[in-house]
Each structure stands twice: as structure tokens, then as C-alpha cells.
Design a binder for this molecule. Structure first.
Ligand code: ADP
Ligand code: MG
Length: 396
């Protein structure tokens, strides 16, 4: 039994400065925000804290700057947030320091100050105690709502949480609660659909679900290491060499697992990874030389959709094929439609799976669209999330 997560219900904030870590790592396109979902996802916490009479000092990162990089300034993010909350958002010109500290002390209830990109400070990713101390100067208490960064022990996600009264924001609380419920107390049958490109990233997720779920449906390029381990021809399919042994081990363990491990029974192949590639439907899973498997076939898609329809809980991570290419999108679309229509609880994680759902116009038809790809997968694998653990139990 995990120790209880401290939440905003446990924190006195009225008249105080709250240092609030958020995940505003939005995709940028030529200096403009391409998708502000992550900013919107933090609004519940931001509005609650302001309504409760706190002033806010927001800490966030953008990209992977090497030192101070004006291209990765949070200015566009501060401007978008100001629009969304219809209030001024002051952008500090640094992360920490005397000028920033005195700006934080001038805040009145409801005011919002945003720090510059925390990764401008090299101590951030090293979880430097000195940077954590400097951050702790900027708030009277600390709230972490950055679920997408919770699997990293950084100064603004872990170090500072040890120095101030601290709690989870509403988004982080909801993400952790939803994903833990999938693992610990799911309505059954629990069906996990795992696809995407890199089996080595996700084999731990498949193993975790083989222990806990009722069915694990594998798609995308994830299936080729399994097929290679079974002795099938994979042709030119994306098949990670390092994935074959873990796939073999998962296949060997499958008979004892709680869940049924389900692999595709037919495929759609292309002669290259392109929208105008030659396309061929394969009745089976052997991929001829010169061809690559780029989608699951129609029989597989129908079977997966039927299993999803009967699920009490569905967790989906990773597209069933190269869905960005229209000729190879049908399998992902079929799964997305089945997840959207499923009567059970539906949880989707992963940037590309979320993008696929948005592209099909189905994003609002799932119960929970996780904002934290890597963090969600690590939680499901049962790995400790440092940014969450530090908010559990008694606290400082
Ligand atoms: P997510 O972001 O949802 O976790 P991934 O990043 O693991 O998903 O995988 C998404 C990528 O996988 C997409 O770019 C898609 O084109 C690719 N992909 C899926 N199936 C295949 C396949 N059979 N061959 C090559 N690439 C694939
Ligand atoms: Mg991805």
C-alpha cells in the first residue's frame, strides 16, 4: 500500500506564495505554441490556488536548452497563460536570484509570476541542492502539478519539495490516481493495448500488464521483435534487434501470466515508409523481403476492437501502425474508434496515441488522456516516480 499523496486539501495557502511546478513543455513551431493542451491542463490547479488567495510563482521547463537559450524562453508560454486566465503573468528574466526573490515578495494574492525556463540553470537536471534552496526562497510552500516531469529527480521536481511544505496539484493527483486505479483496482476485464515504435521502451509495460491485465493486445512496430522471436520473416519492418530477447522472454512467460498475450494475425505492408508507398495486405504475419509491416491488418483490427468493446477498463499506449501515413492508418483508427466507443473506463497515454485520437476527432470520447507519456509508462511499470514519492507520507 503506497503512502498517501499529499494534495491541495492538505495545504494552507491563503496569503502565501506558492511555488508551483507545472509541465508547460509545449510543442513549438517557429516560436509559436503548436498545441497548448499542457497549459490548459494546469488551469484547474492555478485557478484553485488563486481563488484560495495564494500568489503563484510558476516554474516550468521548455525543451532541452544548454544554458540560457533565448529560443527556449518561456515568454510565449507566459503570454498564452495570461490569455487563458485573463490576468497578467509577469515573466522573470531568470530562474533564481535576488531580483527574482524580491519580485516574488512583491506579489499580492492572485498574482502570477513565471520564472524563466528552469533548465537554463544547469543545476536543474542535476538536482543541485543549491538550486533547490534558491528555488525554495521563492515560495512559502510548493505544489507540483507537472506529472509529465514526475519521473525525473530534478531540483524543481524533487529537491525543492523536500525544503517546503509541499503537495500535489490537482492534475498530478488525478493522473496518479487514475493510473494507479488502472493497475490496482480496475473494472475487469482489463485490456492493455500497446503499440508504437520502440519495444525496448515499452517491454516493461507489456510485462507489467501480462501480470495484471486480462488481455494484452500488441500492435505497431512492437510486434516485430515478437514475430522475429517466433521465427517469422519480418522483411524490412522496423524490428529493434535489442527487443528480440525481451520479446522471447515475454513469450516464454506468457503461459503463466494472468493475461492473454495477443499478437496481430494479419498485417498491411508497404515497400517504404511513405504515404505514396506501394501497399499490400498480408494474410498472415510473414513479411516478404523488400516490404515492411506498417499497420495491423483488418482481421486483427476487428479482433482488437471486439476485445476492447467487452473491456471493463482499457489502457492504450502506442499507435497500431504508421498512422501518420493515410494508407497505413486504418488499424490505429479502428482501435481509436473502439476505445472511444467502449463502455468501460478508457485511459490513453503517449504523445503519438494522443495525437492520433485528436486527429480522428475522438479525444473527448476517452475518460482520461494522460499528459505524461514517459511518467505514465514508468508508473505502470511499477518504477518509483521521484517527483511523486517526495509528496507522499508526512512530508517536511
Ligand atoms: P506514443 O507516443 O503514443 O507512446 P510511440 O512514440 O511509441 O507512441 O510510437 C509512435 C510511432 O510509431 C509513430 O510515429 C508511428 O509511425 C510509429 N509506428 C507504429 N507502427 C509502426 C510500424 N509498423 N513501423 C514503423 N513505425 C511504426
Ligand atoms: Mg511518441
Amino acid at each position: 500500500m503506497a503512502r498517501a499523496l499529499r494534495t491541495l486539501d492538505d495545504l494552507e495557502v491563503e496569503g502565501l506564495r506558492v511555488l508551483l511546478r507545472v509541465d508547460f513543455n509545449v510543442p513549438m513551431n517557429d516560436g509559436a505554441i503548436a498545441d497548448d493542451t499542457r497549459i490548459r491542463a494546469a488551469l484547474t490547479t492555478i485557478e484553485e490556488l488563486r481563488a484560495r488567495g495564494a500568489s503563484l510563482v510558476l516554474a516550468a521547463h521548455l525543451g532541452r536548452p544548454e544554458g540560457r537559450d533565448p529560443e527556449l524562453s518561456l515568454r510565449p508560454v507566459a503570454e498564452r497563460l495570461a490569455d487563458l486566465i485573463d490576468a497578467d503573468v509577469e515573466l522573470a528574466d531568470a530562474v533564481v536570484g535576488e531580483a527574482v526573490a524580491s519580485a516574488s515578495r512583491r506579489l499580492s494574492p492572485g498574482d502570477v509570476l513565471m520564472l524563466e525556463n528552469v533548465r537554463f540553470e544547469p543545476g536543474e537536471t542535476r538536482n543541485d541542492p543549491e538550486l533547490a534552496r534558491a528555488l525554495a526562497e521563492l515560495g512559502d510552500c510548493y505544489v507540483n502539478d507537472a506529472f509529465g516531469a514526475a519521473h525525473r529527480a530534478h531540483a524543481s521536481t524533487e529537491g525543492v519539495a523536500r525544503l517546503l511544505p509541499s503537495a500535489a496539484g490537482r492534475l498530478l493527483e488525478h493522473e496518479v490516481g487514475t493510473l494507479r486505479a488502472v493497475l490496482e483496482d480496475p473494472a475487469r476485464p482489463l485490456v492493455a493495448v500497446v503499440g508504437g515504435a520502440k519495444v525496448t521502451d515499452k517491454i516493461g509495460v507489456i510485462e507489467a500488464f501480462l501480470r495484471r491485465a486480462d488481455s494484452v493486445l500488441v500492435g505497431g512496430a512492437m510486434c516485430f521483435p515478437f514475430f522475429a522471436a517466433q521465427g517469422h520473416d519480418v522483411g524490412d519492418s522496423l524490428c529493434e534487434a535489442d527487443g528480440v530477447e525481451p520479446a522471447r522472454a515475454a513469450l516464454a512467460a506468457a503461459p503463466e501470466a494472468r493475461a492473454e498475450l495477443v499478437l496481430p494475425q494479419d498485417l498491411v505492408a508497404g515497400d517504404r515508409f511513405a504515404a505514396d508507398a506501394r501497399r499490400r495486405e498480408l494474410d498472415g504475419v510473414d513479411v516478404p523481403a523488400g516490404w515492411m509491416g506498417l499497420d495491423v491488418g483488418a482481421r486483427t483490427a476487428a479482433r482488437y476492437a471486439a476485445v476492447i468493446e467487452d473491456a471493463g477498463t482499457v489502457f492504450w499506449n502506442g499507435p497500431m501502425g504508421a498512422f501518420e501515413l493515410e494508407p497505413f492508418a486504418a488499424g490505429t483508427r479502428a482501435v481509436a474508434e473502439a476505445v472511444a466507443a467502449a463502455p468501460g473506463t478508457t485511459v490513453v497515454g503517449g504523445g503519438d496515441s494522443a495525437a492520433a485520437l485528436v486527429g480522428f476527432g475522438l479525444a473527448d470520447r476517452v475518460d482520461h488522456l494522460s499528459t505524461g507519456g514517459g511518467a505514465a509508462l514508468e508508473l505502470i511499470e511499477g518504477r518509483p516516480l521521484p517527483g511523486v514519492e517526495v509528496l507522499e507520507g508526512e512530508g517536511p
